[in-house]
Design a protein around this ligand. Structure first.
Ligand code: NAP
Length: 322
């Protein structure tokens, strides 16, 4: 039975990843700090799922866990995962998103070199490493020049993956563009929109306040992105892979699609722009070219923008009806 270790297993991606690995017969070990999370409940309690309550920042804790678990595959997903949150605590963001990844890489490398147990490592890198983008669409070769603490922390981890790859570790970065699902928290704009639209359609909320409606993002379906992570780990050669749909939409487009799902064509009186939510250094547009993932991994997205938005709105309506 192959063994996988996942940090951030209670998050959106971690829970989908664990489901996928468990379905394929893996023994899955997850690192948690709060095992009562909703997304973990979705996993149930199969015999081949083990949760470990470990402080990611505790010295030696990760190396000791890796020596015990001896994973064949290690997925580094735990992160302060929003740009906004990273501005609130840049130091913690650097520690969790940067230093912890380096600790994992170092521990995996030691397990491989000193104990003869090969480990394949996947890091959830981010389009935010490109910051104010040097070119559109972005490719794996696009200049790394982050514009937020989140982007800088991801860049450090991203580059470190390349460093350990150079030392013989099968370590890959999936450079993930925004990906969404009903498991996205409301702290993120997409879920804030779909949850609000559902409540507005039922008369439970009057309107919603957002930031820049013209920001363009390349939005995909989270389970597709988790599949790309697994393909990168299974690939004969490790590398960096952009994971994106190659199609971008504005926040206004997202509003159009979400309100259309509940039969509202004109949402102009329901949405207002609050300057407090406008982040001046946010990239105006993110658009990824996933040709390398398609050619080297055989990956392609399976869910288009309209279907993605519809699934999220439907889910939020169902939650209100439950
Ligand atoms: P998420 O839902 O926010 O999950 C983040 C995970 O990290 C959770 O399991 C969380 O645990 C854990 N975590 C955060 N701080 C921690 C800490 N101090 N100690 C231990 N665990 C901690 O994120 P996601 O959307 O699944 O994203 C997965 C990965 O992909 C992240 O690295 C993210 O940065 C990256 N990524 C995501 C996107 C996207 O659009 N979703 C795009 C680019 C890159 P708790 O449940 O205890 O909070």
């Amino acid at each position: 039975m192959p063994v996988a270790l996942v940090t951030g297993i209670s998050g959106q991606d971690g829970s989908y990843l664990a489901e996928s690995l468990l379905a394929d017969g893996y023994e899955v070990h997850g690192i948690v700090r709060n095992s009562t999370e909703e997304n973990l409940a979705a996993l149930g309690s199969p015999a081949n799922l083990r949760l470990h309550s470990v402080d990611l920042l505790a010295p030696d804790a990760l190396e000791s866990l890796l020596r015990d678990v001896r994973p064949d595959e290690l997925y580094s997903l735990a992160a302060v995962s929003s740009v906004a949150a990273s501005w609130n605590d840049p130091v913690m963001t650097g520690a969790i998103n940067g230093q912890v990844v380096v600790r994992l890489l170092d521990a995996a490398h030691r397990l491989q070199e000193e104990h003869g147990h090969p480990v394949r490592v996947l890091h959830a890198s981010s389009a935010e490493i490109f910051g104010q983008v040097a070119e559109t669409p972005q490719r794996e070769t696009t200049a790394i020049r982050p514009s937020s603490p989140y982007g800088a922390s991801k860049a450090y981890a991203h580059l470190s993956v390349g460093v350990f790859r150079g030392r013989g570790l099968h370590a890959s970065n999936t450079i993930l563009y925004n990906h969404e699902s009903p498991r996205r928290p409301e702290a993120f704009v997409t879920r804030k929109i779909t949850a609000s639209v559902a409540r507005i359609s039922r008369g439970l909320q009057e309107g919603l306040e957002l930031g820049n409606l013209d920001a363009r993002r390349d939005w995909g379906w989270a389970p597709d992105y988790v599949e790309a992570m697994r393909l990168a780990v299974a690939a004969p050669e490790a590398g960096d892979f952009i994971v994106a749909t190659g199609v971008s939409h504005t926040i206004s487009d997202f509003l159009d699609a979400a309100f259309a799902r509940v039969g509202i064509d004109d949402w102009s009186s329901l949405v207002s722009v609050n300057p407090a939510f406008v982040r001046p250094v946010d990239p105006a547009e993110q658009l990824g070219d996933a040709s390398r993932a398609r050619d080297a991994l055989g990956w392609s997205p399976s869910v288009d923008f309209e279907t993605l938005v519809a699934r999220m709105v439907e889910h939020d309506l169902e939650l209100l009806d439950a």
